[in-house]
Structure formats: C-alpha cells, structure tokens
Ligand binder design. Structure first.
Ligand code: G3P
Ligand code: CA
Length: 257
C-alpha cells in the first residue's frame, strides 16, 4: 500500500483521532508497555511514542536523551548497551506499583500492542552515523506492521530519509512554533502526510489551508478540557494527549452536538 492509503485507513469512520502521548501517560509511566496497553484498553485511536538507539544499535522507547528523569539510572541512552539499559527500573519514578517496568525495545512494543491500534513512532535522533531510521524501518518490516505505523520527526532530514527508503509508511512533520513558511509546500517537499503542530500556535486558518490541500493536522500535547474542545472546534484531525479518557469523553460529546 502507498503511504496515503495507509494514512487514510487510520481514520476509517472517524473524523478526529485520540492519540495517546507516550501511551496513556497520565496513569502509567510514559513510554512503557503498561502505558501502551492502557492506551489500547481505554480505546485510544493511536499510540504515540519516542524512539532512540542504544550503543549496540537497538531501537528503544524513551523520550529524553538521558535516562535520568524516567529511570533509576543516569547517563545518555546512546552510551548504554541494551542489556545494561534493561537493568534499569523505568516505572518506580512514576508510582511504586510500576516497579520493575523496563525501557521497552521497539520490537517488544510491536509484540505487545502492534496491530491493535496504529503506532506513531517519533524518531528522536537524526544522526546519520547511528542509522536509527534504517533500524526502525527494519524492525517495522520484520514485524510486518508497515500498514499500522506512522513515523514522525521534528527533523526534516529524518522524514526525507524515510521517504527515500519507502513510500509505504506515512510520515508526520512535527513543528513547535508559529508557522511562517508555506506548510503545504513543506509537506509536499518532505513527502509527509500530516503536520503535527504545537496546539498553542494552531489557528483555524492553518487547519483550513492544510485541509484544502488534502493534508491532515494533529496537535500536541493537549490536556485541558478547554483546549481539547477548542482544537476540535477548529477541526484538527488528531489530538495527542496524556489523558485518553478525558479526550475521548470530550470528543464523544462534541460529536453529539
Ligand atoms: O508527537 C508530539 C509530541 O510527542 C512531540 O513532543 O517532546 O513530547 O516528544 P515531545
Ligand atoms: Ca514524542
């Protein structure tokens, strides 16, 4: 399937998607198997997660470049061998009941929740040397899950590289600031399917411009009821949130009015 077709399939009958930011990270430690399983259980439409690479070249799921905030260890992810990283506790910083939770590999995520709902994989490193993008694609294809993932990045070089390697996997361009460039031309240049924007700078005009050109827009990270409602009112296609249940409730009542 082509990336456009795969991307369209994520919507099925839905107009806007509820996307679990780092899993259901309001109630479980971010980027862990527990958080991903809870996202599925609470009926998120998509999981968002962050991928980095270990010293020995395995894609692992963690947001920060260092392990310090979300584990009981210290140091840079890229300086850890996988087996050492796996000794760390990635759950007890959040709540004692998650003690023993590990930093998952990308493969483990696919084994646990792959194919249940689509997974938005944010690639955090653009280094050509570590070949993270190539390795992520290899895990995706080994697990035969190309029709259930979306790759996103703040770095246009990552998205260009993905497009050079495959036209089957949808991509999203992440942007954190107000937009002073032509977003349609940018998405076309990158071969991307969706703009993923900081909701604080998302305007009705931007949404309209992208929709008129056949593109979608997701916004991050929206957690307050007022902001969730405002984003639905301006017509965004996906809300990346820590609070799956709240966002689902607001979306349901918005759809009924
Ligand atoms: O994908 C949206 C959002 O996850 C980007 O910001 O810092 O949470 O990875 P961050
Ligand atoms: Ca992210």
């Amino acid at each position: 399937m082509k990336s456009e077709e795969v991307f369209r399939s994520f919507f099925k009958t839905k107009s806007s998607l509820v996307i679990a930011h780092r899993g259901y990270s309001k109630i479980a430690p971010e980027n862990t198997i527990s958080a991903f399983k809870l996202a599925v259980r609470f009926k998120a439409d998509m999981i968002e997660l962050d991928v980095r690479i270990t010293k020995d070249g395995t894609p692992v799921i963690i947001h920060d470049s260092k392990v310090d905030r979300t584990t009981n260890g210290t140091g840079r992810v890229k300086n850890f061998y996988l087996w050492v990283l796996r000794e760390l506790d990635a759950g007890s910083w959040f709540d004692h009941k998650y003690i023993g939770e590990k930093i998952p590999t990308l493969k483990e995520v696919f084994d646990a929740v792959g194919g249940k709902i689509p997974i938005n994989i944010e690639i955090k490193s653009a280094s050509i040397k570590d070949k993270l993008t190539e390795k992520v694609l290899a895990v995706i294809y080994e697990n035969e899950i190309a029709d259930n993932v979306l790759i996103s990045s703040f770095d246009p070089r990552v998205l260009k590289n993905v497009r050079k390697l495959t036209d089957e996997i949808p991509t999203g361009f992440l942007y954190h600031y107000p937009i002073y460039f032509n977003p349609v031309r940018t998405l076309l240049n990158l071969g991307a399917n969706v703009l993923i924007h900081n909701y604080k700078f998302t305007t009705p005009k931007l949404v309209e411009k992208l929709h008129n050109a056949g593109f979608k827009i997701f916004v991050y990270t929206v957690n307050s009821p007022n902001h969730i409602l405002k984003m639905l009112e301006i017509g965004v296609d996906g809300i990346i949130t820590d609070d799956v249940k709240l966002t689902r409730r607001i979306l349901n009542s918005f759809n009924q009015t």
